[in-house]
Design a protein around this ligand. Structure first.
Ligand code: SAM
Length: 245
């Protein structure tokens, strides 16, 4: 199994690939979508869950998603068909950092995918290029809730604490107009779902040649979460508008 197949199995019960519950996603979208008829872009859209929820909630909204994972995009396409919103969704298999669109967007999303750009500042710089006048960005990224262990930094990269993260975003010319800090419950629920769905798949497929790999991956992920980063990682979503647009 490659990483994309593992990710699909691990997200079976938690289609938003980030530590947010359904209510948090709903409230963030309500804050971020500028209105029905908006044009929305998701950079690193994965299975398209944010866009699918925006599309089903706004009958005139049109959306585009960008991801490098063909299997994630297939999943988004099938779900859009099933939900009757496929005619308003365009999917691009591309590197989000190199994606050039034909037009600008009223909302640019990038949740849990800032690594595609090399971090939050570069993500916001790219998002700004896609933004129409009056547009908003909804970005989600990790931060250090507490001093990280060297192991956590090695696994998750060079994050900063919450006030420093916000200070840098504001200094970069953005004003937060909404946001959400994932609760410990949301963070734990996401990890339990990720590891649990993958492990359950392995147990449900005792003769599958990928069973051992799935079980090992679930165990390694759970150990990394509990040993390296559960006590120091937070997750922040921000709804941003350019300060001087
Ligand atoms: C943690 S998932 C987040 C998916 C989605 N934003 C969500 O919240 O459900 C990260 C996604 O980024 C995608 N990705 C990673 N590098 C990328 C790149 N260079 N260009 C586009 N997508 C990328 C992965 O394929 C994966 O679907």
């Amino acid at each position: 199994m490659d990483r994309q197949q593992i990710s699909r199995l691990a997200h079976a019960d938690h289609p938003i690939a980030a530590p947010l519950d359904d209510d948090s996603v709903r409230r963030l979208l309500a804050r971020a979508v500028p209105g029905d008829g908006a044009r929305v872009l998701d950079l690193g859209c994965g299975g398209g869950e944010w866009l699918l929820r925006a599309l089903t909630g706004h009958p005139r909204l049109v959306a585009e998603g960008v991801d490098i994972s063909e299997s994630a995009l297939d999943h988004a396409r099938e779900a859009a068909d099933r939900l009757g919103v496929a005619d308003r969704l365009t999917l691009h298999r591309a590197d989000a950092a190199r994606f050039a669109a034909a037009h600008r967007f009223d909302l640019v999303l990038c949740v849990g995918s800032t690594h595609a750009f090399g971090g939050l500042p570069a993500t916001l710089a790219a998002a700004r290029e896609h933004l129409a006048p009056g547009g908003r960005v909804l970005v989600g990224d990790g931060f250090w809730e507490r001093e990280p262990s060297p192991e956590a930094v090695e696994m998750l990269g060079d994050l900063s604490d919450l006030p420093t993260t916000l200070g840098r975003v504001v200094a970069d010319g953005w004003t937060p107009v909404g946001g959400h800090i994932s609760t410990r419950g949301e963070l734990d629920a996401y990890e339990w779902s990720w590891t649990g769905a993958l492990a359950a798949w392995a147990l449900d497929h005792p003769t599958d040649p990928d069973r051992a790999q799935a079980l090992e991956t679930a165990t390694a992920h759970r150990n990394g979460w509990l040993r390296a980063y559960r006590d120091c990682l937070g997750f922040l979503c921000l709804v941003l508008r350019p300060t001087d647009a």
